[in-house]
Design a protein around this ligand. Structure first.
Ligand code: HEC
Ligand code: HEC
Ligand code: HEC
Ligand code: HEC
Ligand code: HEC
Length: 186
């Protein structure tokens, strides 16, 4: 029997051989498990851009656990091309006396007092030849999550999606929005 011979060839006959085989299988399973864990780990999966930010801020805490509305901070989303990132004065609405003993909050308070504009590192960036407007979408009640995914689960801002042309065009076709090249390319 072909099969029988093949099996008997990888089945070690000595105790040492069997121990090595078991060890090898355990090591392989371990690598598979931890490899899988790091691949699917929710915060920094490979290929998802999550730049280091100069200050600490968690969407999971503020937008998720505390349930603060996205547009409370990103106030231009309905009114302009850009959604806008809040200034520190917005954080101070709460943090003027909340959690002020935490170093992460102290750093924000200090920046605010020094009138530091606090540049956060951009996560999303379309190429220059593409024109995009938040207003056109958000005013039509398209949810932030349709494009940005579940931001309220992120501890660190992460690029949930790379905006490829097909993604934009597919929804435009479904919703009867313009698929004219010049609608998006300037
Ligand atoms: C308490 C204020 C606050 C709330 C509420 C908030 N955000 Fe933010 N958001 C920020 C700050 C500050 C940044 C910049 C720092 C960072 O990227 O983590 C940011 C960054 C982002 C970015 C990345 C932008 C980029 O390209 O750099 C996206 C997308 C975003 N927010 C979407 C959302 C969505 C969707 C919600 C609601 C589920 C939301 N935010 C709620 C303060 C807020
Ligand atoms: C139709 C898709 C789409 C929707 C809906 C959408 N965004 Fe965006 N968002 C984008 C794209 C594309 C960019 C990158 C724009 C660029 O690079 O010019 C972006 C960038 C951003 C940025 C960083 C730059 C900026 O505009 O200030 C923030 C913050 C942001 N989005 C928040 C939000 C929030 C909050 C909502 C919901 C109220 C939302 N977005 C809804 C596609 C979308
Ligand atoms: C509507 C109120 C509110 C606003 C606005 C707000 N926060 Fe918070 N923040 C909270 C609450 C509540 C906590 C949790 C307090 C605690 O557990 O001590 C918190 C906690 C934090 C922490 C500490 C996290 C930790 O436990 O280590 C940081 C850092 C922080 N916020 C940054 C910001 C930044 C940056 C902004 C502005 C973009 C902001 N917050 C705006 C309510 C707010
Ligand atoms: C979830 C669906 C959806 C996605 C995804 C989407 N759009 Fe749209 N977009 C629409 C709808 C619906 C309209 C029409 C809004 C209106 O009638 O004012 C629109 C309108 C526009 C317009 C204005 C068109 C005009 O005729 O003036 C531009 C530009 C645009 N989108 C660019 C983009 C880009 C770039 C992306 C990808 C980053 C994108 N959209 C992703 C649904 C979407
Ligand atoms: C709904 C918006 C939208 C429409 C309509 C659209 N594009 Fe695009 N296009 C994009 C976005 C977003 C990108 C950037 C994607 C990227 O970098 O992967 C892009 C990228 C491109 C590129 C660069 C290719 C690349 O991989 O970087 C070319 C060329 C292009 N588009 C041609 C066209 C032509 C021709 C049409 C008309 C038939 C068209 N586009 C219609 C949104 C659009």
């Amino acid at each position: 029997m072909e099969n029988g011979r093949w099996v008997s060839r990888i089945k070690p006959r000595s105790a040492i051989g069997r121990a090595f085989l078991k060890g090898g299988i355990l090591l392989f399973a371990g690598l598979l498990f931890f490899g899988g864990y790091f691949y699917y780990a929710p915060i920094f999966p490979p290929g998802k851009y999550a730049p280091q930010q100069p200050y600490e801020y968690s969407h999971k805490l503020h937008a998720g656990d505390l349930g603060i509305n996205c547009q409370y901070c990103h106030i231009y989303a309905k009114k302009a091309e850009f959604a806008g990132v809040p200034p520190f004065s917005k954080c101070m609405n709460c943090h003027v006396n909340l959690s002020i003993n935490k170093p992460s909050v102290k750093a924000i308070q200090k920046a605010y007092e020094e009138k530091n504009m606090g540049r956060w590192t951009r996560v999303y960036n379309l190429p220059d030849h593409v024109w995009f407007s938040h207003k056109r979408h958000v005013s039509k009640n398209i949810d932030c999550a349709a494009c940005h995914g579940p931001v309220e689960t992120l501890v660190v801002s992460t690029e949930n999606r790379v905006f490829r042309m097909g993604f934009c065009v597919r929804c435009h076709q479904e919703r009867g929005a313009s698929t004219d090249c010049w609608a998006c390319h300037t």
